[in-house]
Design a protein around this ligand. Structure first.
Ligand code: 0L1
Ligand code: MG
Length: 268
């Protein structure tokens, strides 16, 4: 991505596109992918749009409560037709308490993903962050479910468009059971996703870039391209261990995590 880290859009276009994407998120309507109208958009532009959306939320008093990596498994990259992971931010109102309800009508076409969340006890500053740095800097790991809701019609996008749309971030739930990394085998940690009592997905931690901590390292390194870093205390969701599964109003899910309990919720 760094090869194209210059702007091809003007500041005014970046502002306008941030409003365009954020309005679609806040009012739950679909838009067409940005590159249909702005084929010249660069990765720098796409991240600038995402950071502008973040700033708009903060200026309205929302808190940023964490970060997420997306498209971190080969299965997800193949499912969505892209070749690299991406990141996004998590705002306070994205968070749904364990066992809680997701309001379906606030969303467009939600899908759920089984993930893990790392909470850091030390800063992580790229470039050059590796798995060992992440394991040393992690306070604990928790089970997590992400609800993604691309604002793009039929989830049809390219990587730049999805980055501008905050990597489809929408809602998330993290679990009450936490564990230090030393007590988990993060590569073989199994997850089972059930919807309405039926098993729909299974997976293991290594689905995420070979090791879940590699995802956190990649995030720290990607942030360094903007002179940003992960501060101690940050919650980071690593990306989906399973494929994303579409849900409907009335659906109930449970995701079971080896050694970390389970998370359940409903779409009401
Ligand atoms: O969290 C994710 O892996 C999703 C990133 C964006 C792509 C998508 O909407 O599927
Ligand atoms: Mg995800």
């Amino acid at each position: 991505m760094s090869g194209e880290y210059t702007n091809h859009l003007t500041e005014a276009q970046i502002q306008e596109l941030a409003i365009h994407c954020e309005n679609a998120e806040l009012n739950a309507y679909e838009i067409t992918k940005i590159t249909d109208d702005f084929p010249q958009m660069s990765y720098r532009d796409a991240f600038d749009i995402q950071w502008q959306i973040r700033q708009r939320k903060e200026s309205r008093g929302n808190k940023i409560v964490g970060m997420k990596m997306g498209l971190t498994s080969w299965a997800k990259m193949a499912q969505m037709g892209v070749e690299q992971p991406c990141y996004g931010f998590l705002a306070d109102y994205f968070s749904v308490p364990e066992g809680g309800d997701f309001v379906f009508d606030e969303l467009i076409h939600p899908k759920i993903e089984a993930e893990l969340a790392f909470v850091l006890k030390e800063d992580l500053k790229g470039p050059g962050v590796h798995i060992g740095d992440v394991l040393r800097a992690t306070d604990f790991v928790m089970p997590a479910v992400e609800v993604i809701d691309s604002r793009y019609k039929d989830f049809r996008f390219d990587l730049k468009s999805v980055i501008a749309d905050n990597s489809s971030s929408s809602r998330f739930m993290v679990g009450g059971q936490m564990s230090p990394v030393s007590e988990l085998d993060l590569k073989t940690l199994g997850v089972v996703m059930e919807i309405n009592g039926e098993v729909v997905q299974t997976g293991a931690g290594a689905a995420v870039l070979g090791h879940p901590a590699a995802s956190v390292a990649m995030l720290a390194n990607m942030l360094s391209e903007r002179d940003e870093y992960l501060e101690a205390g940050t919650l980071v969701m690593i990306g989906a261990i399973t494929a994303a599964v579409s849900v409907n109003k009335g659906d109930a899910f449970t995701v079971r995590y080896q050694g970390l309990g389970s998370l359940s919720g409903r779409f009401v």
